[in-house]
Design a protein around this ligand. Structure first.
Ligand code: CP
Length: 316
C-alpha cells in the first residue's frame, strides 16, 4: 500500500510484518548508536493540527533514526491561522516533494482526503474519532512482547470508547488477530451498535475485568464531547477509575496499558500507572518509536518500488 490510513483494511499478515520489523528496531533503539540510512535522502513532514506529545516526538525521532530529513510544521504559526485550508496546505507542501507526510487532524476522514491530493506516502497520526493506526500497532507490539502472543487473549478496553480513535483502531486490530474484546464503560460513552464489532459490552467494570489478560484504559476525551454529557471526575473514578481493588478482578498477571495522555485520579490511579510489575505504559512509548520506524521503512520500500529505480532523484 502507498499509505497507512487505518487498521480497518490491513490483513493480519501485514500487521505481523510491521510487528516483526518493529521488533528489530526495538533492538536498534536500545543501542548507543541508533542511526540507519533506510530513509537517507528522503523528506518527512509532520503536520499536527491537533496537540501531541508522544506521537509527534516519536515520529520525529523515528524519521531521524532512519536517516530522513524531518520537518515539523508548526501549525500554530502556519498560514492555516490565516484561513488556508487543509487541502491547500497539503498541496503547498506536496509541491516541495516530500516523501512521507505524517498527519494528525481533528476531523475524521481528513487524512484520507489529504492522501488523495498528494503524491507521497501519508501516515494517519490520528484523525478525529476515526483511527490512530500506529497506536494500535504499538499496543499490539507491547502486548506481543509482554504476553508472548497477540492472539487468543482477553483484552478489556475501558472508559470513553465512543470518542476514542485508539479504541477503534484497537478493535480492528485485536479482532483481526482473534482476541476476545470486552468494552467497559458508561452507556453514555459507548457507541451504539458497537457489539456488531463482535465484542462484549459491560457497564460494570468489575464484571468486565474478570479474567482479562490485558487492561487498556482510555482518557475521558472532553475535547470531543462538544456539549454532550461530561461525567463528574470524582464519580467517574469511583465507577471506572482503575485502582488496585478493581484490577484484582483481572488475571493476576494482567498488564495495564494506557495510550496517554493520562489523567491520574480520573481514569487511572497513579500508583497503578507507576507500578512497573503491572503497568506497561512506558513500554508502549518505547514501542511507539520502533513501530513508527517499521511503518515508515515499509512505506518507503513501497514508494521506491512504485516510483521505480530509474526515477529522477532516486538515489537507491
Ligand atoms: N497516544 C497519543 O496519541 O498521545 P499524544 O496525543 O501525546 O500523541
Amino acid at each position: 500500500a502507498r499509505h497507512l490510513l487505518g487498521i480497518e483494511h490491513l490483513a493480519p499478515e501485514e500487521i505481523r510484518t510491521v510487528l516483526d520489523l518493529a521488533d528489530r528496531y526495538v533492538e536498534l533503539n536500545r543501542r548507543t548508536v541508533k542511526r540507519t540510512d533506510v530513509l537517507a535522502g528522503m523528506t518527512q513532514i509532520n503536520m499536527f493540527f491537533e496537540n501531541s506529545t508522544r506521537t509527534q516526538s516519536s515520529f520525529e525521532l523515528a524519521g531521524k533514526r532512519l536517516g530522513a530529513d524531518v520537518m515539523n510544521m508548526s501549525m500554530q504559526t502556519s498560514s492555516v491561522k490565516k484561513g488556508e485550508t487543509l487541502i491547500d496546505t497539503a498541496l503547498t507542501l506536496n509541491a516541495m516533494h516530500p516523501d512521507l507526510l505524517v498527519v494528525r487532524h481533528a476531523s475524521s476522514g481528513a487524512v484520507e482526503l489529504l492522501s488523495q491530493k498528494v503524491n507521497c506516502a501519508v501516515i494517519n497520526a490520528g484523525d478525529g474519532k476515526h483511527e490512530h493506526p500506529t497506536q494500535a500497532l504499538l499496543d499490539a507490539l507491547t502486548i506481543r512482547r509482554s504476553k508472548g502472543r497477540i492472539e487468543g487473549l482477553t483484552v478489556a478496553i475501558c472508559g470513553d470508547v465512543s470518542h476514542s480513535r485508539v479504541a477503534r483502531s484497537n478493535l480492528f486490530l485485536l479482532g483481526k488477530m482473534k482476541n476476545r474484546i470486552r468494552l467497559i464503560g458508561p452507556p453514555t460513552l459507548m457507541p451504539s451498535g458497537i457489539s456488531e464489532f463482535g465484542c462484549e459490552v459491560f457497564e460494570n467494570m468489575r464484571e468486565g475485568l474478570e479474567g482479562a489478560d490485558v487492561v487498556m484504559m482510555l482518557r475521558l476525551q472532553k475535547e470531543r464531547m462538544d456539549g454532550g454529557f461530561i461525567p463528574s471526575e470524582r464519580e467517574y473514578f469511583f465507577r471506572y477509575g482503575l485502582d488496585a481493588e478493581k484490577l484484582a478482578c483481572a488475571k493476576p498477571d494482567a498488564i495495564v496499558m494506557h495510550p496517554g495522555p493520562m489523567n491520574r485520579g480520573v481514569e487511572i490511579d497513579g500508583t497503578i500507572a507507576d507500578d512497573i510489575t503491572r503497568s506497561v505504559i512506558q513500554d508502549q512509548v518505547e514501542m511507539g518509536v520502533a513501530v513508527r520506524m517499521a511503518v515508515m521503512d515499509l512505506l518507503a520500500q513501497n514508494l521506491r518500488a512504485e516510483r521505480g529505480r530509474a526515477a529522477v532523484g532516486d538515489v537507491y
